[in-house]
Ligand binder design. Structure first.
Ligand code: 13P
Length: 252
């Protein structure tokens, strides 16, 4: 059975004190055994968050990682650096990385391959832009993004991957995909995986939805059959909202 997940993508928000208060607030809140919870503070605060959450079931993950093992890449963070402080999972391919830092499919495949070969699990993000959807091209765009990246990986690596479908037009805009739009795309994604691998692989991968998920709309999206949870931006910066979204994904 695949995992239900709610992951918070904090992006470039929170200073040190704000990050610590948010971590402590989340730590005090009830947990739901059937939902894995993850947060991704900015790089400078990862170790502190890991220490504070050592005996909790909130996992601390990274927002990004570099595609090279080490070397002269000023300002970048390597897989080895993350692993050495105890980070075991990273987000790769977020649309903001694609748009503002020119990360294309080929670089993203390099990142995913390096991360997985070093036991750094991956939440891989992708999704179409507004123009793609308006021109009814969204399925093809998503299929291309997958075919250029994760669908090239060996089958055995799929147990280390979570997918996050994030339509760019729904990120930070307050405009969410309808539950039906999310479901039909998630079903399509599973079909693409089935075509490249097999039923077990396609049924076992968790596929998260991301884009303006809030406490008010989380449940109607999460109850859809192929939606296993969410990658949450803005609402993950508020402990109460984030907790309500986690609760919305629990069947307990
Ligand atoms: P919002 O929830 O703020 O729309 O952001 C979604 C996102 O980009 C998560 O990675």
């Amino acid at each position: 059975m695949r995992k239900k997940i709610v992951a918070g993508n904090w992006k470039m928000n929170n200073d040190f004190n704000q990050a610590i208060s948010l971590v402590n607030e989340l730590k005090r809140m009830d947990t739901f055994k059937d939902v894995s919870v993850m947060i991704s503070p900015a790089f400078p605060f990862l170790k502190t968050a890991l220490d504070l959450l050592e005996n909790s079931n909130i996992e601390v993950i990274s927002q990004n990682v570099h595609q090279n093992q080490k070397g002269a890449f000023t300002g970048e963070i390597s897989v080895e650096m993350l692993k050495s402080i105890g980070v075991n999972k990273t987000i790769i391919g977020h649309s903001e990385r694609r748009a503002y830092f020119n990360e294309n499919d080929s670089v993203l495949l390099e990142k995913v391959t390096l991360a997985l070969s070093n036991n750094l699990d991956v939440i891989f993000c992708f999704g179409e832009e507004l123009l793609d959807r308006k021109s009814n091209n969204h399925f093809q765009v998503v299929k291309n993004q997958l075919q250029n990246t994760v669908l090239n990986l060996d089958k055995h690596l799929w147990s280390k991957i979570v997918l996050a479908y994030e339509p760019v037009w729904a990120i930070g805009t307050g405009e969410t995909a309808t539950p039906e739009q999310a479901q039909e795309m998630h079903e399509f994604i599973r079909k693409c995986i089935l075509e490249s691998y097999d039923k077990t692989t396609s049924e076992n991968v968790s596929i998260l939805y991301g884009g303006s998920v809030k406490p008010s709309n989380a449940n109607e999206i999460f109850i859809k059959k192929d939606v296993d949870g969410g990658l949450i931006g803005g609402a993950s910066l508020d402990a109460k909202d984030f907790h309500l979204i986690i609760k919305a994904n629990s069947s307990l």
